[in-house]
Structure formats: structure tokens, C-alpha cells
Ligand binder design. Structure first.
Ligand code: NAP
Length: 257
């Protein structure tokens, strides 16, 4: 008799994670006894792990994700990935459409400028690089290591590049790379910008409280903020903006099955 693989375990809820909200959601579902698996891309070394079951690594595109959902009898997918993780969100939309699983998109609200804050909003990372290339300056770059390459051709500005893990691609020639992981406080952000004579902060509109202190500090110091707007979410699915709302919609989705 040929050996057969054991059947894949049933996991009614898949959380596509890599964010604080995804970890909070996993904790809330586990506390309610709802079976879920959290999925991480495996990009960062030593990631903050959610409670409960975790899988790490890509699925192998839409086909791989579709297969995974079918094999695990997954009926509900919560896309709780970072607002700028576009590919996995597209894959989640396509794979849930293929299997009939419910898609819930959990996105924390975007940041909006306060009354004393003026931002230069740009459409994407390339537009941010084009904006910087028009003049020389001292730039605090907080867009994450995957996007640093867009600024590699700029040689008349100096960059302070803050990343969790070291960047592996091309870098701007005049730079310093510092490694750290939030959350950050206004006092520390003010100090780092003042000590490095920063005149421009470049950030994605990630939203959330953990990394918002840089915006307050930049406003206080009169530093220009170049804000990269969020890409649109794929069409379809139920959109929620808080972990609490995601739990409610997950419960409803499971009750309907
Ligand atoms: P992406 O461009 O949207 O996705 C690229 C590929 O990475 C996907 O096609 C998928 O591979 C894999 N992947 C992404 N997220 C995954 C997940 N949660 N579980 C399993 N596979 C995943 O993603 P990204 O922008 O590189 O972000 C990767 C992860 O870092 C995400 O989980 C995101 O939440 C987190 N993150 C991203 C940012 C950001 O600025 N982009 C910031 C903070 C955290 P396959 O096609 O092989 O399935």
C-alpha cells in the first residue's frame, strides 16, 4: 500500500498577518475558542509571533493560496496585512473568490494631518523619490527596507534610513542605516531628527499609534513630511477598521456556514 499524507487540519479562519492588528485578532479569536491560523510572510528575522497556530512563508501565488484554503477547509480569510502589502491582498481577493471563502479586510485608519501639520502627499514611492530629487536635503527615510531602492539614484541628499532588518538592495550613496523596531515616542523621534539635522521625513501612510510619533515630532520641528498615500484595496470583501469589528464579522461569517 502506498503511504498517504495525513489529512490537512481544519482551520476555519486564516489570518494574513504581519501587523499588530493581526496579532491582536489572533489573540481575540483564540480567547473565544475560534480555530484560526496566522500566516506570516517570513520577511523579518525574529518576527513578533501571534498566539495560536502560525505558519510562515509564501503560499505560492493565488494558486497556492487557493489550494491551501481548500485543503484546510478554510471558510473565512482575514486580510490583516500591512496597508502597503498589495500583492498578498490581491491574492487573498482572488483565492477567496475561487473557493467561496468569506474575505474580511482589516485596515487600521490612515493618518490625517492635524491642524498644525502640512504634508506633501505623493501617490507612491517613486513619486516620493521624484519629489526628493528636485533638491538637496537631509532626509529621514522610514518607508521600510523593501522600498529603499527607489531612492538609490539620489546623490545630493543625505539619508537617515531606519529599518527593522538591514536592506539588501541598492542604497543612496550618502546615508546612514539604523536598525530599530517601534513603538516610538515623540521625545525620541524629536531627538533623532534634531541630532541628524533632518529637514524632510518620508513615510508611508501606515496609520496606527505605534509609529505616529514621528509626525508629531516633525510638526514640532517644522520638518517637511512627504506622505506616501495608501494603494487601493482590491474590490470585494467586507472592510473593517478595528480588531473588535473584525471579531464580530468573523463570528457572523462562521455562524452562517
Ligand atoms: P506583498 O508584496 O503584498 O506580498 C508578496 C508576497 O509575499 C505574496 O505574494 C506572498 O507570497 C507573500 N506574503 C505576503 N504576506 C504574506 C503573509 N501574511 N503570509 C504568507 N505570505 C505572505 O507583501 P509585502 O509588502 O512584502 O509584506 C510582507 C509582509 O510584511 C506582510 O505580511 C505585511 O503585512 C508585512 N508588512 C509589510 C509592510 C510594507 O510596508 N509592505 C510593512 C510592515 C509589515 P506568495 O505569493 O508566495 O503567497
Amino acid at each position: 500500500m502506498p503511504a498517504t499524507d495525513p489529512p490537512a487540519p481544519t482551520s476555519p479562519v486564516l489570518i494574513l498577518g504581519g501587523t499588530g492588528e493581526a496579532r491582536a485578532l489572533a489573540a481575540a479569536l483564540v480567547a473565544e475558542g475560534i480555530g484560526c491560523v496566522s500566516s506570516l510572510a517570513g520577511r523579518v528575522t525574529d518576527p513578533a509571533l501571534p498566539v495560536g497556530e502560525v505558519r510562515i512563508g509564501g503560499f505560492g501565488g493565488v494558486q497556492g493560496l487557493t489550494r491551501w484554503l481548500a485543503e484546510h477547509h478554510c471558510t473565512t480569510v482575514v486580510d490583516a496585512t500591512h496597508p502597503f502589502a498589495q500583492q498578498i491582498s490581491r491574492n487573498a481577493a482572488d483565492a477567496t473568490a475561487a473557493t467561496g471563502a468569506k474575505l474580511i479586510s482589516l485596515r487600521r485608519p490612515a493618518w490625517t494631518p492635524g491642524p498644525d501639520e502640512t504634508w506633501t502627499t505623493v501617490a507612491d514611492i517613486e513619486a516620493a523619490a521624484r519629489h526628493l530629487s528636485t533638491r538637496a536635503g537631509r532626509v529621514f527615510l522610514t518607508t521600510g527596507r523593501q522600498d529603499v531602492g527607489a531612492f538609490a539614484g539620489i546623490d545630493d541628499s543625505w539619508f537617515l534610513i531606519r529599518v527593522v532588518d538591514p536592506p539588501t538592495g541598492p542604497l543612496p550613496p550618502r546615508r546612514q542605516v539604523i536598525r530599530s523596531r517601534g513603538p516610538y515616542l515623540v521625545v525620541g523621534e524629536r531627538e533623532i531628527m534634531r541630532d541628524n539635522r533632518i529637514d524632510t521625513l518620508v513615510t508611508k501612510n501606515s496609520g496606527g499609534v505605534l509609529t505616529a510619533a514621528k509626525l508629531r515630532a516633525a510638526a514640532e520641528l517644522g520638518i517637511e513630511v512627504v506622505m506616501i498615500a495608501r494603494p487601493p484595496l482590491p474590490v470585494g470583501g467586507t472592510r473593517v477598521a478595528s480588531v473588535g469589528d473584525a471579531v464580530v464579522v468573523v463570528r457572523q461569517a462562521l455562524a452562517l456556514r
